[in-house]
Design a protein around this ligand. Structure first.
Ligand code: CU
Length: 464
């Protein structure tokens, strides 16, 4: 309790005592006159907020943990401020882990030791920290790192599930700005015994009688990662704290982008025969010249077990719904929470694993079923099977040798929606380079064998 009160006092004191923006002050409602002046003075002398919590009982010493017989997984991040594009052709002042939004995904197995190393380049404009929700260690470990310095902590990933990680700002100051400008990501902790097989409930008719027809799918699944957040920006592309405090977001982003997974000009050509005839209501990332930022679709097979790792990294609730489908199973922390549900609510910093089978060929929109969110960017299109009948044309053009069960075999799935392989992962047929990446990160993906569609598409024979 004391900690909570002190933290609130500290926030007020440091806001007024620092060079923090006027909008930040205007946007929050702390009354400095009601605070204990001595406490505020003490905090000033301390140089800001110091997390003084008792040591947790968990072992956190990297040297000790590396000798315990557990697998040690290194997770290396850098904190970098960069300019990245936003819908409409402008850029914004993003803050990133390792030059991408969201940051790289960590994937481990329950019981592994995570060795997290955060480096801040000497020319970076601010310090950064990393608070990993997959850990259970003293919050002091998440202390910010100054430019030119590196810090490290270790923990055992004891609980299976999806967990956010995010920048903790500079002694918590500016945490909102850093996270909402792009410094977030997920850790996937696979259950030590693997995932469970999936039961999908159907009905059948036999001998004139309707009865249950349960169908079971192996635990192995085609996997995707979907992270929600918002942007709060001034027209110049700077963080707008006043807008944040009022919950007036300027964009809803999925894996960092508004409408990042909707059709593009190539899909227009394939389906309508015309690059300029849009097949979706909004296609803001249409052209091939947008390279890694051109929108891409998510391709799955029919009757295939699909597993979606979802995280709400943002400040607003997510009403997770797939238009035309029912969520076959919802799991949190390796406990099934629901099955056969239309929509599942994710509060801020909450996650889930959705298991689903797309029964019929078609296009399915995964939305945050808050209408304000849908229209500001939270619409993601899955295409299951071959709903447009493209197989014969793709075969005739020599793009694929034989009919395929999903367009991923021809175009790949977008790299930022594909998590690292883990227990029970089905490999994607191909992965294309897509994401809110710097050009350097896009080059690394290319070197790793992912497909730069913007280079490959112009070399392909025309589709008849
Ligand atoms: Cu930061």
């Amino acid at each position: 309790m004391l900690f909570t009160i002190a933290a609130v006092a500290v926030m007020g004191a440091t806001l007024f005592g620092s060079t923090y923006t006027q909008t930040q002050i205007a946007g929050q409602s702390l009354d400095i006159t009601k605070m204990d002046a001595d406490v505020i003075e003490q905090i000033h002398q301390m140089g800001g907020l110091q997390l003084v919590m008792p040591q947790a009982f968990a072992e956190t010493d990297c040297g000790v943990l590396s000798q315990t017989g557990r697998k040690v997984v290194e997770f290396n991040l850098t904190g970098e401020s960069v300019k990245l594009p936003i819908m409409g052709g402008k850029t914004y002042n993003a803050m990133t882990f390792s030059g991408q939004v969201p940051g790289p995904t960590l994937r481990v197995t329950q019981g592994d030791v995570v060795k997290m190393t955060l480096s801040i380049p000497a020319d970076e404009v601010t310090g950064h920290g990393n608070d990993m929700h997959a850990s259970q260690i003293t919050a002091g470990a998440f202390e910010s790192v100054n430019p030119g310095e590196t810090s490290q902590y270790c923990y055992i990933a004891q609980v299976a599930g999806v967990f956010k990680y995010h920048c903790s700002g500079v002694k918590l100051i500016g945490m909102d700005q850093h996270v909402l400008s792009g410094m977030y990501g997920i850790a996937i902790v696979d259950p030590i015994d693997g995932y469970k097989k999936l039961m999908v409930e159907k009905t059948k008719v036999s001998n004139g009688k309707v009865s249950l027809d349960r169908k079971f799918y192996d635990a192995d699944a085609l996997e995707f990662q979907i992270q929600y957040n918002q942007l709060y920006l001034t027209p110049e592309g700077n963080y707008d704290a006043g807008a944040m405090f009022q919950h007036h977001n300027t964009a809803t982003v999925v894996n960092g982008m508004q409408f990042g997974y909707v059709p593009n000009m190539l899909h227009n050509i394939l389906v309508k025969g015309d690059a300029n005839k849009n097949i979706f209501v909004a296609q803001p990332w249409n052209g091939i010249e947008l390279k890694q930022y051109q929108s891409q679709l998510l391709f799955v097979e029919n009757d295939q077990h699909v597993r979606i790792f979802a995280e709400n990294a943002g400040n607003e609730p997510v009403f997770f719904h797939i238009v035309g489908e029912i969520l076959d199973r919802v799991t949190q922390g390796n406990r099934v929470q629901s099955a056969g549900t239309e929509t599942w609510l994710l509060g801020g910093s909450q996650n889930m694993i959705v298991d689903i089978v797309f029964d019929e060929p078609g296009a399915y929109a995964l939305v945050n079923h808050d209408y304000a969110a849908i229209y500001t960017g939270a619409a993601t299109v899955f295409v299951a099977g071959d709903p447009f009948g493209l197989n014969p044309r793709l075969v005739d053009a020599g793009i694929i040798p034989a009919p395929v069960p999903s367009y991923a075999y021809a175009l790949g799935n977008p790299s930022d929606a594909v998590p690292p392989m883990g227990k029970n992962s089905i490999a994607h047929p191909a992965v294309n380079i897509h994401g809110l990446y710097t050009d350097e990160v896009a080059s690394e993906k290319k070197a790793a064998g992912m497909i730069p569609l913007w280079e490959v598409i112009p070399t392909l024979p025309p589709v008849p």
